[in-house]
Design a protein around this ligand. Structure first.
Ligand code: NAG
Length: 148
């Protein structure tokens, strides 16, 4: 029973790799499980605001920048610095393939986001977070979400 259910969930995740969004509260739950509340001083509200302004919770979002680099996934992680997409030069500071950042389990996306936020500037590394989330009232992002 459990195995069947697990397989069903897994196959849903695998099949719909092309266009995948996650709900706000589902994302909150995953971020909580990955110990992101309070990580480097940022709350789950900050992470939710970040995911919203960067991708509108679209796990499979890929966006091309003017300089020819690409931004990947729910946190729009940039290929010039953080991951390698084999299209242009990358510092690849997260030591990962950009495609892994699009994985719906969010393991690579979160791992790389943690690395980014640990560095100088923290979440200010995301221009949209700085513009739309920094210093704002963010408490409503968790409205109605259960973490347990
Ligand atoms: C999510 O991103 C993908 C890739 O950029 C895009 O094709 C898709 O339309 C987006 N989905 C939504 C719901 O915006």
């Amino acid at each position: 029973m459990n195995t069947v259910l697990l397989f069903f969930v897994a196959s849903c995740l695998l099949v719909s790799n092309g266009d995948m969004t996650i709900s706000r509260c589902e994302l909150a739950k995953i971020l909580h499980q990955e110990d992101l509340d309070g990580f480097e001083g940022y709350s789950l509200n900050d992470w939710l605001c970040l995911a919203f302004v960067e991708s509108n919770f679209n796990i499979s979002k890929v966006h091309e920048n003017a300089d020819g680099s690409f931004d990947y996934g729910i946190f729009q992680i940039n290929s010039h610095y953080w991951c390698n997409d084999y299209q242009s030069h990358s510092e690849n500071f997260c030591h990962m393939d950009c495609r892994d950042i699009l994985d719906p389990r969010l393991i690579s996306a979160i791992k790389c986001a943690k690395k980014i936020v640990t560095g100088l500037g923290g979440m200010k590394n995301w221009a949209k977070w700085k513009l739309h989330c920094l210093g704002r009232t963010l408490s409503y992002w968790m409205t109605g979400c259960q973490l347990g």
